[in-house]
Design a binder for this molecule. Structure first.
Ligand code: GLU
Length: 378
């Protein structure tokens, strides 16, 4: 069903992850399409100037590397593809850097792997870096770190990575730009009765059947990986749009609420998803007790927990582990991700952030648990 009035999902989206695939970025492998990248960058810059936070997840390194190495056909050997990615990445980020700068916006290269995001400490590190970049108004340009892993080379053309990044920063929306207009109920080349899907629920099993048929293999960046990416993104409350990358001003128009492509709406609210995520990490590694002032700030005002408000540190935990926050009676008031290990926490317990450097030899975050990584216990 077409929603002619457009959807408020994208209009209200504050934090947006945009993913573009290799064929768009490199003009079907002919070489980096600087004009197309320039147009996306112009739109990304306009979104940043409109107060939104945007992250670009871009493929194209392998395709560009192949061109630079003079390879006409895609090699079968994974190590050759990885080498091509390393060559091509140089050109890829160069174009993004130039085009974003032309629009008055800074950029940053971030190379990630799925394993980075599965590891709690690296997850937290990647999250803090990305959130800091967004706060600075810089657009992170992300690709898979193809040198050390090859998941996206084998399967995804970065669709999965786009979803993982949406999870990581709790984006409101993931926009997957591709060479198709969106999702059809069946392959339009084979089935004249197939219909365009304007809007559906992310994670609806029927979509997987439409995108490739039950049991179809997960090809490199086909529609099925996009449907699965939307399902994954919805896990942290992000809705996904699958749209044609050459649609003029697609990002701007989507952000104005226009219905373009296929919108797959997340069924869980962001906060609810976050609570679920924390609940799934039941294995508490430790806890900190806090004074009445800090307890009130965390519980009643939704503030972060600062080390100065802590009275005691229990257990043996690392940065990124889930810990409990307890009040003076020992009642759990919240759970969250620790910014500091238990050993570090013991050193900075009851201390102001100005003293951290003297005590630790470096300064990390000023919070023990940041409010965005914290969920109140019932
Ligand atoms: N991360 C890879 C790239 O940017 C995935 C695409 C591919 O395998 O061609 O090139």
């Amino acid at each position: 069903m077409q929603d002619q009035t457009g959807s408020p999902v994208l209009r209200n989206a504050k934090r947006i992850v945009v993913k573009v695939g290799s064929s768009l970025v490199t003009n079907e492998g002919r070489g980096l399409d600087a004009v197309a990248i320039g147009q996306w960058c112009e739109q990304l810059a306009a979104l940043v100037k409109d107060g939104r936070e945007v992250i670009m997840v871009s493929s194209g390194a392998v395709a560009e590397g192949m061109k630079r190495l003079g390879w006409a056909t895609r090699p079968k050997a994974i190590h050759e593809l990885q080498a091509a990615a390393a060559v091509g990445q140089m050109g890829l980020v160069q174009v993004y850097e130039t085009k974003l700068r032309e629009n008055g916006i800074g950029s940053a290269q971030v190379l990630l792997t799925h394993a980075d995001l599965a590891d709690r400490e690296r997850y937290l590190n990647a999250r803090s870096t990305l959130l800091t970049l967004l706060q600075l108004g810089v657009v992170p340009v992300i690709n898979e770190n193809d040198t050390v892993v090859n998941d996206e080379i084998k399967f995804g053309d970065n669709d999965t990575l786009g979803a993982l990044v949406a999870n990581l920063v709790e984006a409101d929306a993931l926009i997957i730009l591709t060479d198709q207009k969106g999702l059809f109920t069946a392959d339009p080349r084979k089935d004249p009765a197939s219909q365009f899907v304007h809007q559906a629920k992310a994670g609806d099993a029927a979509l997987e059947a439409m995108a490739g048929g039950a049991g179809s293999s997960i090809g490199r960046g086909g529609m099925i990986t996009k449907i699965l990416a939307a399902k994954r993104a919805a896990g942290s409350g992000a809705s996904t749009v699958i749209a044609w990358g050459r649609e003029p001003q697609a990002l701007i128009r989507l952000s104005q609420g226009e219905a373009i492509g296929t919108l797959l709406v997340a069924q869980t609210q962001k906060m609810q998803a976050r609570k679920q995520w924390m609940a799934d990490h039941l294995q508490l590694r430790g806890s900190v007790s806090v004074d009445a002032g800090a307890a009130a700030k965390v519980r009643d005002e939704g503030k972060s927990l600062l080390p100065i408000g802590m009275t005691r540190v229990e257990g043996d935990f690392s940065r990124g582990d889930v810990i409990a926050i307890r009040d003076i009676d020992g009642t759990e008031i919240a759970r969250g991700l620790a910014n500091y290990s238990s050993a570090e926490a013991r050193l900075i317990c009851r201390k102001a952030s100005t003293e951290f450097e003297k005590l630790l030899g470096y300064t990390g975050e000023s919070e023990m648990v940041h409010r965005t990584n914290l969920v109140l216990s019932r």
